[in-house]
Design a protein around this ligand. Sequence first.
Ligand code: SME
Length: 178
Amino acid sequence: MTSCRFIILLSKFKPKIFMAEEIIIENSLSKSEKYTALYPQLQALLAHESDLIANLANTAAALRQTFGFFWVGFYLVKGNELVLGPFQGTVACTRIGFGKGVCGTAWKEQRTLIVPDVDAFPGHIACSSLSRSEIVVPGFKQGQVALVLDVDSDRLNDFDETDAAGLEKIMRLLELKI
Ligand code: SME
């Protein structure tokens, strides 16, 4: 009788063991809290994988899963162009020139760009007609831009300094994998 009750208690209160491949973020958290909760989980997810593409792919998926971004992905510097890398969302332009669009401008200016209204950004490249606002964060290797993280929203003015700080911190993590 005693041993039977013990087994029932064990199965009822069995501690949940999460694999590093799982991202768990409470939906009720604020945006800033979500970035804070995501960071250590992403750190764990990337810790044991050295392949850049695998890490970019999981980062794009984790960001999409956490924030429900309309489009999130990476462009990698290859010669004088950015070439599409791992992403989550609808099909996108594959190549962007230096200084072209928001991505190419972030590359050229070596800084994060927040675009509240893509129609007001001269030279914006519309991969999707539904895109309304955008943030692009460059990643560096030996002082040179090596890739950019691009996030698009189908709503105007959807990105702010919280996104810039959160995504830049994630980019510093990814730079360790380049
Ligand atoms: N809008 C970007 C192009 C990439 S897509 O949005 C995925 C730009 O202007 O650089």
